[in-house]
Design a protein around this ligand. Structure first.
Ligand SMILES: [Zn+2]
Length: 178
């Protein structure tokens, strides 16, 4: 079957499609230019993964993201810097802590002090008091040791003066007995 213009139906359809697309060509070209301009910004990215450290450090803290007092566990966060998402450029590793409740990763310094129950608070205070007592005892022992050392040094100094005097006397032919 032939159309009125003498073209085959397929050619007519192609012509119609070209006509139909014509108004879009400039905007398509503009889109391409915009994409090319955006390329440098799309070029670099990073992806990361976190691994929990087996037997790593953990601490009870309050999570600023989910607001729960929970255990934060030590994780190694590996970041890979990429180009076009598939080309790996370089890697970096850092230590962060993950919230047991929501999985948020952050530095321990960014977490908030744990909300403790009355019993836990009492325990904490007892531990604190014990630590202070141990510290005081250590300081006392240290002071005593320091005192003993200075006494010993003074005695040694005195002894060396005595020795020097005795030597002088013997050199001059004077002895204690005479
Ligand atoms: Zn959380």
């Amino acid at each position: 079957m032939r159309s009125q213009t003498g073209l085959s139906p397929l050619a007519a359809m192609a012509a119609f499609a070209a006509d139909g697309l014509a108004p879009y060509v400039p905007s398509w070209a503009t889109g391409c230019v915009l994409l090319c301009l955006a390329m440098p910004f799309l070029l670099f990215g990073q992806k990361g993964k976190a691994r929990r450290v087996p037997d790593g450090q953990f601490e009870k803290r309050r999570c600023p993201e989910c607001g729960k007092t929970t255990v934060f566990r030590e994780c190694v966060v590996e970041k890979t810097y990429t180009a076009y998402r598939v080309i790996n450029l370089w890697k970096s590793e850092s230590t962060q802590f993950s919230c047991d409740a929501c999985g948020a990763l952050m530095d321990l310094d960014d977490t908030e002090p744990a909300e403790l129950s009355a019993r836990e608070q009492a325990q904490q205070q007892a531990i604190e008091a014990k630590r202070a007592a141990v510290e005081a005892k250590r300081t006392k022992v240290e002071a005593k040791r320091e005192q003993a050392r200075s006494l010993k040094e003074a005695a040694e100094r005195e002894q060396s003066i005595d020795d020097e005097l005795a030597e002088m006397r013997s050199r001059l032919g004077l002895t204690k007995d005479k």
